[in-house]
Design a protein around this ligand. Sequence first.
Ligand code: 13P
Ligand code: SF4
Length: 304
Amino acid sequence: MDYSALQAELRTLAREKNAVILAHNYQRAEVQDAADFVGDSLGLSRQAAAAEANTILFCGVDFMAETAVILSPEKKVILPELRAGCPMASMVDPAGLQALKDKHPDAAVVTYVNSSAEVKALSDICCTSANAEKVVRSIPADREIIFTPDCNLGAWTARQTGRDIILWEGYCPTHDLIEPSDILEAKEAHPQAKVVVHPECRIEVSLMADAVESTSGMIRFCREDEAQEYIIGTEAGMIHRLEQDVPGKKFYLATRNAVCPNMKLTTLRKAVEALRAGEPVITVPEDIRLKALLAVQRMVEIGR
Ligand code: 13P
Ligand code: SF4
């Protein structure tokens, strides 16, 4: 399918409306190719905070657009598809987190950015898959830690840092379906390939990998590493990104089933229609935003 006319239309609209187009690494290839910046959650949060444009068209899922609003309330943040949520983010609710905090009143709450603004507002610091380890290391060794909502990222980070962490039982349904047997089969089919997985995978899958990285961390690793072939354990959209950014090397999905239906809801046509209409606009109540801002700012400042 030829997307060039729609891509040109989107670029023209972005110029006319002084908008910047941000796209996550899992977006459809034709959407990624029309964006100003494509990246992981941390990179996109930074772009949102630094953007000079007064409108952000966020091609991703709702918590990413909310994070952009938290960081840049003066900008209009448009999410082309309102139904694009994250099931993992929905697995933690403010009342449940408050109850856990009441049981551990001295614990620091580290919340993965894949969460609602209300949950962020109850947290001490947010993290992404790119900096979870650094964030946990920033907490004094004698302080308890509650980690929400991803128990896989939390368990991996506990292992990396040697910290005891109280885990919330959330998970990403897309990464959870990657099985150790998928990795074994892919290794049999591609014996020369290294294995690179996302820390949202189950811990037994992460333990089989040569590298456990955020989506943009995968690009860096595969670019700098000497191998020529990689088995990739994450959402399917990542293959397009790797092929663009690391030309000449070969990438194989650990399983073709790892498709995030929410990420795929944003089509190029919907992006064009949303930018033309100037909606749907994402908002966060100001009292929640101010509380969440502290945790999100700490996450951005701590870096990778
Ligand atoms: P990163 O791109 O930050 O690694 O996150 C992956 C993800 O699941 C986003 O929803
Ligand atoms: Fe959420 Fe998983 Fe989809 Fe990322 S891939 S948006 S964590 S469901």
